[in-house]
Write a protein of this length. Structure first.
Length: 72
């Protein structure tokens, strides 16, 4: 549980950081606002959590089904 909170916090931090890019060329600077970046980063983290949950559920079910078949 704490690991998922840490992953979510890191994704939020870097999503916000990547949304505001500053480019410096030849002494001038330009700031770009990419408001779609945090949504994409958090969607990717959500997808990761779903895949991880399905994988863990499959392992749990696989272990529960295979246990009665194991020789005693």
């Amino acid at each position: 549980m704490l690991g998922s909170v840490g992953i979510f916090a890191a994704a939020s931090h870097f999503g916000e950081k990547w949304a505001r890019a500053t480019i410096s060329l030849f002494g001038g600077s330009a700031t770009s606002q990419r408001e779609w970046v945090p949504a994409v980063v958090l969607a990717a983290v959500g997808f990761l959590f779903v895949v991880l949950g399905l994988w863990l559920e499959g392992r749990r079910r696989g272990d529960a089904v295979a246990a009665p078949l194991a020789p005693a």
